[in-house]
Design a protein around this ligand. Structure first.
Ligand code: ATP
Ligand code: MG
Ligand code: MG
Ligand code: MG
Length: 489
C-alpha cells in the first residue's frame, strides 16, 4: 500500500521538523499531575504550562517555540467522551493518536493554515475538491468575534461554498471545564467525492470526516462556566486524528479497515472463532458481530496503553473508567463473539505487534498488562457467572409469567448491574421481569443505605439502584447494543 500507517505518521513529523518544529515526545495517557483531566484528551494538554506562562523559561519546555508530535489520547469520560459511540461508528475510538503541531507565541493563523494545506494536498496528495474548512462564526453572548481572518486565508485555497461558519460547539475548542482555549478552524474530508458535501459537514456523517482541528489558543477559562480571560500571547495548537487520516490515505471508508486495525481483527477472529469481520456499519442496521469486533479491538488498545502508562482497572476515577471499558469489551466478546475467558488478555500481543515500535512502553510492560487483564477478566467472568446463577434462583419465584420484583431484589441486589442479562434470560424463558417491583425494592434499599450514608458498600448499592432505574426507564435491553449493564458495579 502507498500509505502504510507508519509512513503517515513519519511524514507528518518530518514535514513539521523541516519547518523548525521540535519533535516532542507524547505524554502518558494518564495525566499523573493534572487533576482536571481524566486522561490525556489532546496533544496540547502537556503544554498547558506554556500557554498559561507557568513553564520555567530555563527548562527545555519553557524554551519551546515550535513543537510537533503524535500524542496518545483517550476520550472516555470527562468533557470529550466518545465511549458510547465506539464500536457503533467507524471513526471514534477511545484510544487514538493525535498528530499535532504547535506554535508558542510564534507563528499564527496564516502559517498554520497554509502549512496544513501544503501538507494535505502537496505532501499527502489529497484531492483538493474533497476538502472543506470550517471557521468560528462568533458568539455574541460570549462577546466573541467571528474569525474572518481564518475564513479569508481559506478563501485563497477553497471556493466560498466549501468554507463554512460554525458556532461554539464545533469551532471554539476547550480541553475541559477549565484551561487554555480559543476559536478553531477545522478541515473535513469527503470520503465519497464528486458531490457537494457541504451540508454533511459536522453532521456526524461517516462519509464526511472531520480530520484536523487547528486551534488558536488565546484565552484561559479559569473556572467552570466562568469568563474567558485573554492570554498574554497567541498560540497555535493543532490535532489531526491519525487513524482518520490513515483511512483517508488508504482509501477506506472506515478507520477499522486500515492496517491499524486489520491485524487485530485477524487475531480476534482466531481467538474467538467468530465469523470474520464484514465491515458493515449503519445507524439502522447495526451488525452486532462487526460492532463487537470494533469494540474489542478498540478497547484492548486503550487498556494496553493505559496500563503501560501506569494506570489499571479499579474502582475510582480513571481506574473505574478503565474497568467499565474492560467489562464492555468482555461482554461483547463473550456474548456476541462467543469468546472463551482469557481471549481478551490474549490480544495484548496483537496490539504490541501493531504499535510496539512506536510506543516501546507497551513492550516493556507486556507481562504486567497481560497479567492485570487476565486477572480482571477472570474476576468479571465470575461476576457474570454468579449473577446468572443467582438469576436461576430468583426465576423460581414466578407469579403467572411475571418474575417477582421482590425475589429479584432478594437474590440479585448485589448483581443489579447485570439487569440487562436478566431481562434477556427472562425473555428466553418466556417470562417478564416485574421492573416496577424491582425498582421499588431497589429504591427502598437505596433509602435505607442513604440513612447509613458513610457505609461504602451501601453507597455502591445506591449507585447500582440509580443505574438500574435509569436503565429500566430508558428501556434499554440486553439485545440493545447500547446496553450499559457492565458499567455499574
Ligand atoms: P468529532 O467531532 O469527530 O467528535 P472532535 O471535534 O471532538 O471530533 P477534536 O477535539 O477537534 O475532535 O480533536 C482533533 C482531531 O482528533 C479531530 O479532528 C479528529 O480527527 C480526531 N479525533 C477526535 N476524537 C477522536 C476519536 N474519539 N477517535 C479518533 N479520532 C478522534
Ligand atoms: Mg468529539
Ligand atoms: Mg468536531
Ligand atoms: Mg473538532
Amino acid at each position: 500500500i502507498e500509505w502504510p500507517s507508519k509512513k503517515v505518521r513519519e511524514t507528518f513529523i518530518n514535514f513539521f521538523k523541516e519547518k523548525s518544529h521540535k519533535n516532542w515526545p507524547s505524554s502518558p495517557v494518564v495525566p499523573h499531575n493534572d487533576p482536571s483531566l481524566l486522561f490525556a484528551n489532546a496533544g496540547m494538554n502537556q503544554f498547558k504550562p506554556i500557554f498559561l506562562e507557568m513553564a520555567d523559561p530555563n527548562t527545555e519546555l519553557g524554551k519551546l517555540k515550535r513543537a510537533c508530535n503524535t500524542q496518545k489520547g483517550i476520550r472516555a469520560g470527562g468533557k470529550h467522551n466518545d465511549l458510547e459511540d465506539v464500536g457503533k461508528d467507524t471513526y471514534h475510538h477511545t484510544f487514538f493518536e493525535m498528530l499535532g503541531n504547535w506554535s508558542f507565541g510564534d507563528y499564527f493563523k496564516k502559517e498554520a493554515i497554509e502549512w496544513a494545506w501544503e501538507l494535505l494536498t502537496e505532501v499527502y496528495g489529497l484531492p483538493t475538491d474533497r476538502i472543506y474548512a470550517t471557521y468560528f462564526e462568533g458568539d455574541e453572548k460570549a462577546g466573541l468575534q467571528p474569525d474572518n481572518e481564518a475564513k479569508d486565508i481559506w478563501l485563497k485555497f477553497l471556493p466560498p461554498g466549501r468554507v463554512l461558519p460554525f458556532g461554539c460547539k464545533d469551532n471554539f475548542w476547550e480541553m475541559g471545564d477549565t484551561g487554555p482555549c480559543g476559536p478553531c478552524t477545522e478541515i473535513h474530508y469527503d470520503l465519497v467525492g464528486n458531490r457537494d458535501a457541504a451540508s454533511l459537514v459536522n453532521m456526524d456523517d461517516p462519509t464526511c470526516l472531520e480530520i484536523w482541528n487547528i486551534v488558536f489558543i488565546q484565552f484561559n477559562r479559569e473556572k467552570k462556566d466562568g469568563p474567558l480571560k485573554p492570554l498574554p500571547a497567541k498560540h497555535v495548537d493543532t490535532g489531526m486524528g491519525f487513524e482518520r487520516l490513515t483511512s483517508v490515505l488508504q482509501n477506506k471508508m472506515s478507520n477499522y479497515d486500515t492496517d491499524v486495525f486489520v491485524p487485530i481483527f485477524h487475531d480476534i477472529q482466531k481467538a474467538t472463532g467468530a465469523r470474520p469481520y464484514s465491515g458493515k456499519v449503519g445507524q439502522d442496521d447495526v451488525d452486532r458481530v462487526d460492532t463487537a469486533y470494533r469494540v474489542v479491538a478498540d478497547h484492548i488498545r486503550t487498556l494496553s496503553i493505559a496500563i503501560a502508562d501506569g494506570s489499571r482497572p479499579g474502582n475510582e476515577g480513571r481506574e473505574h473508567v478503565l474497568k467499565r471499558i474492560l467489562r464492555r469489551a468482555i461482554r461483547y466478546g463473550k456474548e456476541i463473539l462467543n469468546a472463551e475467558e482469557g481471549f481478551f488478555s490474549g490480544l495484548v500481543s496483537s496490539v504490541i505487534r501493531v504499535m510496539g515500535n512506536v510506543y516501546p512502553e507497551l513492550k516493556e510492560h507486556e507481562k504486567k498488562i497481560t497479567e492485570i487483564l487476565q486477572e480482571e477478566e477472570a474476576s468479571f467472568c465470575k461476576t457474570l457467572e454468579k449473577g446468572i446463577e443467582k438469576f436461576q434462583k430468583a426465576a423460581q419465584v414466578v407469579e403467572g409469567n411475571t418474575l417477582s420484583g421482590e425475589a429479584m431484589h432478594l437474590h440479585l441486589r448485589s448483581y443489579a448491574c447485570l439487569i440487562c442479562v436478566y431481562q434477556l434470560m427472562a425473555d428466553e424463558k418466556g417470562l417478564i421481569v416485574d421492573v416496577d417491583g424491582f425498582d421499588k425494592a431497589m429504591n427502598e434499599s437505596k433509602d435505607r443505605s442513604r440513612n447509613a450514608q458513610k457505609n461504602q458498600a451501601g453507597v455502591a448499592i445506591v449507585m447500582d439502584a440509580d443505574a438500574t432505574t435509569t436503565l429500566l426507564k430508558t428501556g434499554v435491553t440486553a439485545t440493545d447494543d447500547s446496553c450499559k449493564y457492565i458499567w455499574f458495579q
